[in-house]
Design a binder for this molecule. Structure first.
Ligand code: SF4
Ligand code: SF4
Length: 648
């Protein structure tokens, strides 16, 4: 490590494979200060502006919001919130075109500014050294900071590591043509950027801090050297201008000579890298309690009258920024978000600025020709010569066209950084990067589906295993219980005998219940108490019927007595009126008696059948019951006759 630092201090850097020297075109904007604009009429805030999961919404349509207010909150560790860039009203939450190569729609929050630009309450921090590591990380997470160099990886995750860090590298290369946003930020905000680097130093405790910057930014180099002159740990490394020196792996190679192996992270080599604009945002969040709601964007291209760098609020529509830079109205619009090498064409000019947007390029027809036609690969090999990731671009292209995903993986497609150097040199005008982007998207989609299928399979297997375990446990339990019963029954002691008889009695009860009659024990109980096998229901019905009959008889007696006492006219009238009632009541009584007799006969037949077939020992009691029933019927018949006589 010592030799590396000595070499760096002498200005001897390493080289990465390939690279190109496209025209810089930075002169269009690098001599103008960063401009601040009036508030736009509307801000469009995509809910997801980073790599990871979308946050959970905290507001609804019609809500008033203050500047800096959280609009979403963490839904998972890989989510960061978005905030209101100014005060105003949420007038819609709906899908809208976002900054994406596919021109896809995603959920966005539309805010109408109220013009007051009123901040929510903030607590600035005079001395961040007094804060704990976790407090600083929480502040950065709550500020919604995600890598502003283009990757959009949540910064709070990147800084929350316990690994030993040898090098903290600050990426100030800004190697892409046309873009000067970081250049101007370093010139104007050198002190705040240094504060951000100090905060990272406090968190990560690296051995060395290296700021990598290309030699085409002399003023920014001067500003950074001035701002960091008192910090021995920081070395401003001025690198030769070559594209793409700002690529993560390429900058590591240039500064340290180390190569990050395929599918490994810089952290595996003890290296963490942050973009210069991210350092500014970290300082603003920790010291000023300001979330990430604005960034510097280069609005450039030869079709603009006044190309410049602008402090743009996140959510500002591209058309508003273009209108502030003299973009001719009515022109056929070919707009690129990002630079000419790694940027992508926009579907329309209503796309908003997001956390990772560093440039809007509005080129003239001479700058970027859209009429060139792709022809067949001539296998010249120039693409492989310039590839900084040491890939085989032409082979990648063939496999991408053939959708041979296995071959693409073997060719390390995911080591491609989409730098576009291969397409830049291709004499056949093949848009190589577009083929790679589509293939990467398809492979990611396939991987996601495979992952979902794998998860579903794991869930299915776990459920199957659980059900089998439960079945086994049940069987074991039943087996044990059966063995215990068997052991008790085979026992010759009193308890064993009683258990055997109890089981036998239970079995007999179940059998009797199935047949719909009383068990021997129950029948015996009833026989003992009533000398009758009728069930209790029948007995109750019979009792009610008897009571009704009695009541009817006594009523008739009272009426007859009345008719004797009253005068003859009254008697006639009463007889006329009462006679049908008496007849009805007699009929009702008869019906009830017949019903009781039928119920009794049915129950008797059932009981008799059961006793004859199931329990011969009860035959005697049935005989007795039959005699008693006969006697009862005889008694009822006699009473009935007596009543009939009385009524007549
Ligand atoms: S776009 Fe990919 S394949 Fe082409 S040069 Fe860059 S890294 Fe290599
Ligand atoms: S540069 Fe173009 S033509 Fe040459 S090998 Fe690569 S893809 Fe083929």
């Amino acid at each position: 490590m010592k030799s590396i630092i000595e070499r760096i201090k002498k200005g001897n850097f390493w080289k990465f494979h390939g690279g190109i020297h496209p025209p810089g075109q930075k002169f269009l904007t690098n001599e103008k200060p960063i401009r601040t604009l009036e508030l736009p009429k509307e801000l469009i805030i995509p809910l997801q502006q980073h790599i990871g999961q979308i946050g959970e919404l905290l507001v609804k349509t019609g809500d008033k919001v203050l500047k800096g207010q959280k609009l979403t909150q963490f839904s998972s560790p890989m989510s960061v919130p978005v905030h209101a860039p100014t005060s105003g009203v949420v007038n819609a939450i709906k899908p809208s075109t976002i900054a994406h190569p596919s021109g896809m729609n995603a959920l966005c929050l539309f805010i109408t500014p109220d013009g007051e630009d009123k901040w929510q309450e903030r607590k600035s921090c005079e001395n961040f050294h007094q804060l704990s590591h976790q407090e600083i990380i929480n502040k950065i997470a709550n500020a919604g900071i995600a890598g502003m160099g283009g990757a959009g990886f949540p910064t709070n995750i990147k800084i929350n590591t316990k690994s030993t860090i040898n090098y903290l590298i600050i990426n100030a290369a800004e190697c892409e043509p046309y873009i000067t946003a970081d250049d101007l930020l370093m010139r104007e905000q050198g002190s705040s950027i240094t504060d951000g680097i100090k905060i990272l130093d406090l968190l990560l405790q690296p051995e060395h801090i290296l700021i990598g910057i290309e030699d085409n930014k002399p003023e920014a180099i001067k500003a950074l050297k001035k701002a960091t002159k008192d910090i021995e740990k920081i070395i401003v490394c001025v690198l030769p201008t070559i594209y793409p020196s700002g690529g993560e792996k390429q900058l590591i190679k240039l500064l340290t000579g180390l190569e990050v192996p395929s599918s490994k992270l810089p952290l595996n080599l003890g290296i963490v890298m942050h973009n210069i604009a991210t350092c500014y945002a970290i300082a603003d969040a920790v010291i000023n309690d300001s979330p990430l709601i604005k960034r510097v964007v280069t609005i450039t291209g030869q079709s603009l009258e006044k190309p410049q760098n602008i402090w743009a609020l996140l959510g500002t529509p591209v058309h508003y920024l273009l209108s502030q830079c003299g973009y001719p109205t009515g022109d056929k619009k070919h707009l690129i978000m990002g630079g000419p090498m790694m940027g992508f064409s926009l579907a329309n000019d209503n796309v908003p600025i997001v956390k990772t947007t560093n440039c809007i390029l509005a080129p003239s027809e001479q700058e970027i020709s859209t009429t060139t036609k792709e022809v067949d690969c001539i296998r010249c090999g120039q693409c492989a010569d310039v590839c900084p990731s040491q890939l085989l671009p032409q082979e990648l292209q063939w496999s991408a066209k053939a959708k041979d995903y296995n071959q693409l993986n073997k060719l390390n497609l995911f080591d491609c950084i989409d730098c576009g150097a291969c397409a830049y040199v291709c004499p056949s005008q093949i848009p190589l990067v577009q083929y790679y982007r589509v293939a990467k998207a398809e492979i990611r989609q396939q991987r996601m589906l495979d992952l979902q299928a794998e998860k579903a399979k794991v869930r299915f297997e776990a459920r199957k295993l659980r059900l089998e375990k439960e079945k086994l446990a049940r069987e074991t339990k039943h087996k044990k219980a059966a063995e215990a019963r068997k052991a008790v029954m085979s026992n010759k002691t009193d308890s064993g005998k009683s258990a055997t008889s109890a089981v036998a009695a239970a079995l007999a009860r179940v059998k009797a219940k199935k047949l719909g009659i009383k068990s021997p024990t129950e029948t015996n109980d009833i026989a003992e108490s009533t000398n009758n096998p009728l069930d209790q229901k029948s007995q109750v019905a019979a009792a009610i019927a008897r009571a009704k009959a009695k009541k009817a008889v006594s009523r008739n007696e009272i009426k007859e007595t009345k008719s004797v006492v009253n005068d003859s006219n009254t008697v006639k009238t009463q007889d006329k009126k009462e006679a049908p009632l008496v007849n009805l009541e007699n009929a009702e009584e008869k019906k009830l008696k017949v019903a009781v007799a039928i119920a009794k006969a049915k129950e008797k037949a059932k009981a008799k059948k059961w006793l004859e077939t199931e329990s011969p020992s009860f035959k005697a009691s049935i005989t007795l019951d039959n005699n008693q029933e006969a006697n009862k019927e005889e008694t009822v018949t006699k009473a009935k006759k007596q009543q009939d006589i009385e009524i007549k």
